[in-house]
Ligand binder design. Structure first.
Ligand SMILES: *Cc1c(COP(=O)(O)O)cnc(C)c1O
Length: 393
């Protein structure tokens, strides 16, 4: 039986997998101790749960040592700690950072914050598919450059960057490399050694884990960022505050499940996404794919419907939870900066819809989505034609 509404916004967040929720439950009522309370068994049990989770997460991303994982409240905090913390730590060595126009606001606004403090940032452009030009990256690196921050995969248009190539360039030029890997970890192969990352951010709630917990990977020989939070000195002094034990346990469980099921899930989700796209272009004309046709996250589909406004379309798709632009920018009436960066006109940007297919979507749901979107677009285009004719008369 088809249950409505249908959730197709898995880049904004994901449903916590029931297996994850189950793993978290004992941490609320049984192992509820503070992991910093080493003097009693409650604290030691909680600490053991956290350290098991740390080892598991470290292993999942190819880290050499569990201590390379620093728990945070999510990817936003991890991005801030990496970008601002590394810039502050190395301010005597340089004052220049490089990032990309399509990064998440957590990275872009951290860079703006640093600019107000006297740092300079270069924000590299991207091509029509959302890819950056590696030659431009090389040319932008100077002897004052401290850090390069390039995301693994874009949350809006799904474009996957060649971060292994970015990492190789950074290593060769002696510049530190941070990647916001939030949309990649658990979904596509991701290994910090392969990409030679010094820092990597990711978060549990994009991989069927709970909200409010994430991590920053810090390579063991990389410079330590300056902490952005003062307090009791938890997480090797890099992130003070009592650890979110249930969240951390759920985070590890969520990533374990992602890795166990990744290959079959990647194939299944990609097939659903491809079917959604085929179904839409099979019945509608005037569709533009935003982003890359092939180097793209398996669950991501971002398309513009000619002569249809996103807000009107979303309003008539009451049974479908999809997004226009990015979730973080839906309050603002400005066109998506990511779509503008790939050269989309305002009109194309204001007619874009992002579909995020995920673990809990079924083939039946995709067929329903195709049907309702086709009906809504056809209806909106017809009423627009009528209005235009009325206007002529
Ligand atoms: C969701 C997201 C973030 C923010 O993560 P939070 O854990 O919600 O702070 C950062 N970067 C990317 C690419 C994201 O998709």
């Amino acid at each position: 039986m088809l249950q409505l509404p249908i959730y197709l916004d898995n880049h904004a967040t994901t449903r916590t997998d029931p297996r994850v929720a189950e793993a978290m439950l004992p941490c609320f009522t049984e192992f509820f101790g503070n992991p910093a309370s080493a003097s009693h068994v409650f604290g030691r049990e909680a600490s053991k749960a956290v350290e098991n989770a740390r080892s598991s997460i470290a292993q999942s991303i190819g880290a050499a040592d569990p201590q390379e994982i620093i728990f945070t409240s999510g990817a936003t905090e991890a991005d801030n700690l990496a970008v601002k913390g590394v810039a502050e730590a190395l301010s005597d060595r340089g004052d220049h950072l490089i990032t990309v126009q399509t990064e998440h606001p957590a990275v872009l606004n951290a860079c703006r914050h640093l600019e107000r403090a006297g740092f300079r940032t270069t924000c590299l452009p991207v091509d029509q598919e959302g890819h950056l030009d590696l030659e431009e990256l090389k040319a932008a690196i100077t002897d004052r450059t401290i850090l390069v921050s390039v995301m693994a995969a874009n949350s809006e248009i799904g474009t996957i960057h060649d971060i292994a190539a970015v990492g190789a360039i950074c290593r060769e030029r002696g510049v530190l490399f941070h990647t916001d890997a939030t949309q990649a970890v658990g979904k596509i192969p991701f290994d910090v050694r392969e990409i030679q990352a010094d820092y990597a951010s990711f978060t549990a709630h994009k991989m069927y884990g709970p909200k409010g917990v994430g991590a920053l990977y810090i390579r063991q020989d990389a410079p330590r960022p300056v902490p952005q939070m003062d307090g009791g000195g938890q997480e090797q002094g890099l992130r003070s505050g009592t650890l979110n034990v249930p969240g951390i346990v759920g985070f590890a469980k969520a990533l374990e499940i992602c890795l166990q099921e990744r290959e079959t899930e990647e194939r299944r989700v990609r097939a659903l996404r491809d079917r959604l796209y085929a179904g839409l272009i099979g019945s509608l004309d005037g569709i533009t794919l935003n982003g890359s046709a092939d180097r793209r996250l398996p669950g991501n589909l971002n398309i513009s419907f000619e002569h249809v406004r996103t807000d009107a379309l979303l309003m008539s798709l009451r049974d479908l939870a999809v997004s226009g632009g990015s979730a973080c920018a839906t309050e603002s009436p400005t066109p998506s900066y990511v779509l503008k960066a790939i050269g989309a006109s305002d009109e194309r940007a204001f007619s874009a819809v992002r579909f995020g297919v995920g673990r809990f979507n079924t083939a039946e749901e995709i067929e329903y989505a195709i049907q309702t979107v086709c009906e809504a677009v056809t209806r909106l285009r017809a009423s627009r034609r009528q209005r235009a004719q009325g206007h002529v008369r």
